[in-house]
Design a protein around this ligand. Structure first.
Ligand code: ADP
Ligand code: MG
Length: 616
């Protein structure tokens, strides 16, 4: 055993000798390679003793050459790496070169990442030691780890965002698509990679797609776009995309185009819905039969068509930006201001009646209601203006017809009660005539009695409208007859009655002659009464069409003031001391019974009454 040990020791020391000679020759021969090498180089004998180290080794591990000479291989490695290191060391001692990465520890117990190469040293075909070249990869490793970390971060990001990240080559072939494509489009990444981008696009948008890609390549900048894509199941979604070129560093060569794609279907849908709701609302307002004005403070910021017409303007612009108070009659201004202040404070008001002044300064009755609203994102007042002229008129008419019924009932009573005593008085008066000393008094009594009779006749017409006797009558001769009847009275009042007709042919109309005469007499009498200083009455017949004629009575009298014009035709409305206030009302009724109509115009120059009658 001892001899064996001795033999081993002898081999060892022989080997060591050879190694030392090798090292001496090698280091001297390759001084630069060994000393100035950027990597740590050290040699070991086959027992793992360190035999030589270069300056980089000293620097990296912190041991001096002196110290190293007393160290063994294992002192440079942490325990967990040793198994590996021994394995390679053994292989190297059998002549194999090995390269591996490992962690080593310095004198200060700092960890180093080295890439280790073990190279066997053979002298005279005999392996006598091992050279180890250690390349410091601590920094490199750090960088690699950093890259891995970034890559992982990107992976997590692209795998988990809802947007799709898509990369294509210049021809449009899909190189990469993030897994989110499955939830958005129904395709898996695998199904899409390698396909041409256009398979995803709705046919009408493909042209635009190519145009956008062209722009990305030309501008070398990102380009946005909105498109429709086809899902795997055939349905269509809206997307928004930003596409960026990936340019090779230092050149202008585009390597690929990377796009971020976002599903905006919901957004588009809700935008469309909002838009159509807005449109519907606008239409509702635009087509409203009421005038709608939207006001900010008192400034008009919107008015609908009806509003433009109601206020008598030609176009919206005439009214926009004017104060709403410009259109409110001064009588109502202070109430209106109060009302608007309340609407501004968020109160919805009830309809309130006021007068509105149109563009041309004419005035009409209206109802106004206001409610707070939002218009173009600002709080404003929504004002409804309703023209109630028509309603007022109907109300007045209703009131009139009520008065008429009462008048009718009254008239019937009066007519019956007064007529009989009147007949008696008239009879006895006739008997008394010879005894009258003063002719004039008799005349007065007689004429006053005649007046009472007149009133009674008119009242009777009102009480029970006589049965109409419609016959074919010549309107021309009816008027001639009336004219003859009235002429004497007219001449006495210094009045001339002119009769003009635009056609000579006989025109017969279907009418009750006596009733029409009554109407014309009423008008002519009124005209005479309106001209105390004389004047002219013109009667004119015009054919309107083949079905209607128009008869016009024109006087040069005092005219009818506006406030009276509104009231004429009301039963018992008169401005005359001895008037009955029944003439026009009865005339109206007669004309209406003939399916005709009457219109009045009047100013300081006189009055025009127009009667329209159907021929049949
Ligand atoms: P009366 O003649 O008894 O007053 P009417 O019904 O005939 O009753 O007329 C009503 C009122 O209409 C008159 O009182 C008068 O004020 C006015 N009027 C009618 N016709 C004329 C006219 N041609 N010119 C001026 N005023 C008129
Ligand atoms: Mg009269």
């Amino acid at each position: 055993m001892d001899t064996m040990n001795n033999l081993v020791e002898q081999i060892k020391s022989e080997n060591r000798l050879l190694l030392n000679t090798y090292i001496e020759e090698y280091i001297n021969g390759n001084k630069t390679l060994f000393t100035l090498n950027p990597d740590a180089i050290f040699t070991l004998d086959l027992q793992g003793h360190i035999c030589s180290v270069n300056p980089v080794f000293e620097h990296l591990f912190g041991y001096t050459t002196e110290e190293s000479m007393h160290m063994k291989l294992q002192m440079l490695f942490p325990i967990e790496s040793l198994k590996n290191v021994y394995h390679y060391f053994q292989k190297a001692s059998f002549g194999q070169v090995h390269n591996f990465d490992s962690i080593l520890t310095t004198k200060e117990k700092k960890k180093l990442h080295l890439n280790i190469t073990m190279i066997p040293i053979s002298v005279n075909d005999k392996i006598v030691g091992i050279t180890i070249v250690g390349k410091d990869i601590t920094e490199l490793n750090k960088k690699r780890e950093e890259v891995e970390r970034i890559e992982e971060f990107h992976r997590v990001l692209t795998d988990n965002v809802l947007d799709i990240i898509l990369s294509t080559d210049l021809s449009g072939k899909i190189l990469y698509v993030s897994p989110s494509c499955e939830s958005v489009l129904g395709y898996t990444s695998k199904e899409l990679i390698g396909e041409h981008l256009s398979i995803l696009f709705y046919k009408d948008d493909i042209g635009r797609l190519f145009f956008t890609r062209e722009k990305v390549l030309n501008k070398l900048d990102n380009v946005r776009g909105t498109y429709q894509l086809c899902k795997k199941d055939g349905s269509i979604i809206w997307i928004e995309s930003i596409s960026n070129p990936v340019v090779e560093t230092g050149t202008q060569n585009v390597l690929e185009i990377v796009s971020v794609v976002r599903d905006i279907t919901e957004r588009i849908k809700s935008e469309e819905e909002l838009w159509s709701r807005k449109k519907a609302f606008r239409q509702l307002v635009e087509c409203s039969p009421d005038a709608v004005v939207i006001v900010d403070d008192d400034n008009i910021i919107f008015i609908n068509e009806t509003g433009v017409r109601t206020l008598g303007a030609l176009k919206q612009e005439d009214i926009m930006n004017r104060s709403i108070f410009d259109f409110i009659h001064s009588e109502y201004l202070s109430i209106a201001k109060e009302l608007f202040a309340r609407i501004s404070n968020g109160v919805t008001t009830d309809f309130f009646e006021c007068k509105i002044v149109r563009f041309d300064s004419s005035v009409f009755h209206a109802e106004i209601k206001g409610l707070p609203t939002f218009f173009q994102n600002i709080s404003a007042q929504y004002i409804i203006i309703r023209d109630i002229t028509e309603r007022k008129r109907t109300q007045e008419l209703l009131l009139n017809s009520e008065k008429l019924t009462i008048a009718g009932q009254l008239a019937a009573g009066i007519a019956h009660e007064v007529r009989n005593p009147l007949t008696a008085i008239k009879g006895f008066l006739q008997l008394l005539k010879p005894q009258f000393k003063e002719e004039a008094y008799f005349g007065i009594i007689q004429s006053e009695l005649a007046r009472i009779e007149n009133i009674l006749t008119e009242l009777l017409v009102l009480a029970k409208p006589q049965e109409l006797k419609f016959e074919q009558e010549d309107i021309y001769s009816i008027i001639e007859e009336v004219k003859t009847l009235i002429d004497t009275q007219a001449i006495m009042n210094n009045i001339e009655i002119k009769f003009i007709s635009d056609w000579e042919n006989l025109t017969t109309i279907q009418c009750d002659k006596n009733q029409l005469k009554q109407v014309f007499i009423n008008f002519l009498k009124n005209a005479i009464e309106a001209m105390p200083k004389g004047g002219t009455i013109t009667i004119e017949i015009k054919s309107l069409c083949t079905e209607k004629i128009k008869i016009i009575f024109k006087d040069t009298g005092t005219g009818i003031p506006h406030h009276i014009l509104k009231r004429i035709g009301e039963p018992f409305f008169t401005t005359k001391e001895n008037g009955t206030g029944l003439g026009i009302m009865i005339s109206k009724q007669i004309i209406e019974n003939h399916n005709g109509s009457i219109h009045f115009w009047s100013d300081e120059e006189g009055t025009i009454i127009e009667v329209i009658l159907p021929i049949k």
